[in-house]
Design a protein. Structure first.
Length: 148
């Protein structure tokens, strides 16, 4: 059985959370759907390094690994693929020291597997995300959304 480790990074800025829309032609999960950015760790890659890489690859945003916090870990079996997936849920809050930095964060562009990204209010996430993405969101992440 294959074991896969992935990260989901909830990125917050000015009271909003970043979500991404996976390209419709993607062969990966959530094709054409809105989700919280993240992805698989590479073999031998450290957790925080992988989290920073995934956000950078998908949005161009640079996040400080020292400001990433763990929310939860979930795991599930994909019997049709003989695979067990562990997903580490993380979060970080971005800060802008200048108006230029603020503009760069707010105007981040989708890259890689994403065709769009947007900043939304945490309360709107339950209307925006795909049902599968929501079903895999741990309760602790939902609680965090209510506190932001």
């Amino acid at each position: 059985m294959k074991i896969r480790i992935a990260v989901v990074v909830m990125v917050f800025f000015e009271g909003r959370i970043l979500i991404g829309k996976k390209r419709s032609d993607s062969s990966k999960s959530f094709a054409g759907k809105w989700h919280i950015p993240g992805g698989d760790l590479k073999s031998g890659e450290k957790l925080l390094t992988g989290a920073c890489r995934e956000i950078s690859e998908e949005t161009g945003l640079k996040i400080d690994s020292k400001k990433i916090r763990q929310i939860d870990v979930i795991g599930f079996l994909k019997p049709d693929q003989d695979e067990f997936v562990n997903i580490l849920w993380l979060y970080t809050k971005l800060e802008a020291k200048t108006e230029k930095e603020r503009a760069a964060i707010l105007n981040a562009k989708p890259n890689g597997d994403l065709e769009a990204i947007k900043w939304i209010l945490p309360k709107d996430i339950f209307c925006e995300l795909d049902i599968l993405s929501l079903s895999r969101m741990p309760t602790s992440a939902k609680v965090l959304l209510e506190k932001i």
